[in-house]
Design a binder for this molecule. Sequence first.
Ligand SMILES: Cc1cc2nc3c(=O)[nH]c(=O)nc-3n(C[C@H](O)[C@H](O)[C@H](O)COP(=O)(O)O)c2cc1C
Length: 368
Amino acid sequence: MNKALNDSFHFERAGLWLKNRAVLAPLTHNMSGAGGDPGQAELDWLVRCARGGFGLLIAAATQVQPGGRCWAGQPALMTDAQQQAFTTLATRVTQAGTLAVVQLHHGGVRALPELNEGAPVGPGEVAPGGRYPRGVRALTEEGILAVVEAFVRAAERAQAAGLHGVELHAAHNFLLCNFLNPLHNQRTDRWGGTLPNRARILVEIIRGIRASLPRAFLVGVRLSPESYAHIQGIELPHQLAVAHLLADEEIDYLHFSMGDSFKAVNGDPDGGSLLGAVQAGLAGRVPLMVAGSIRDATSAQLALAGGADLVAVGTAALGNPDWMTKVSRGLPLLQAPFTATRLEEVGFTASALGYLAGMGVLAPHDAA
Ligand SMILES: Cc1cc2nc3c(=O)[nH]c(=O)nc-3n(C[C@H](O)[C@H](O)[C@H](O)COP(=O)(O)O)c2cc1C
């Protein structure tokens, strides 16, 4: 079947429709208050993206439990006030004809000591020093159950706020990714060892959400398909096996954070495409969303032709919140890196600009 970016998309299990296959990727922008209260500017920016034509928005990595914080301006969904902010967001985004999910997140070994009390937590203990000045504390059985509870509670708040679903962040070396990774997770209890044990924390979160919320509430999961940069231990065959376990749990989509959607499989001497391998590995069991180097109509269409059902736009959306409108009308897109003037024009504040400069999306002469 030929898929087009402008086609509507049906989440069959949830019975929800998107008006097109374009998704705003989760993009941390560092505009929330110190306690995680979403700022007006970040809500306005997300609404601007909804009005800009995306079928689905994924609100940035959002803290679900004290101890899991990774950015000074990270949003959280742990209090009534935070839930109220997401209610405002859901109302405004829905009015624009877009669906919105929030990405639920725990930093795990990447939680910043200066933003959290005590050492970061992970599946296993890491001695203090280097990247972990306070070390990493291994979660106990009770601690793991509390994490599961925190994710489920945040999903309940998201649903009460009127959002259409949640995406569980199990990519990028954060807590749920740490559990999946055999190099991090060397536990010998029911949360480690075999692949089903390493995926258990994720499965329990999904079951908890499914047990308490209506089936129309979307649950997606973001995975890293393979090791990247300095992160080791994430192997494609393992991640595909995890994907099948998750498909058994009635998730609505899998979101592979590809880095580059058009790259070859790591270490494949024949240069076989990663997207092709992911699509073949999933065997159509669950809708596939990909993010990474989706910049314009051509790359979006190429990813859809290569097997993706939904394409998530990251960097390009920062300077083009109206990405989908421009693409559908054949209008030119601004190219990254963007000028500070452009980023301010679309609503980013000084704290966002500081963060975006560190992420390399601010034009060098503007990144003071
Ligand atoms: C500024 C910035 C913030 C990001 N924040 C998140 C995030 O909150 N959660 C997440 O899973 N990925 C995050 N990412 C990764 C993007 O979602 C996306 O996967 C990545 O940028 C690759 O897509 P692109 O080539 O379209 O930028 C972020 C990326 C950027 C550039």
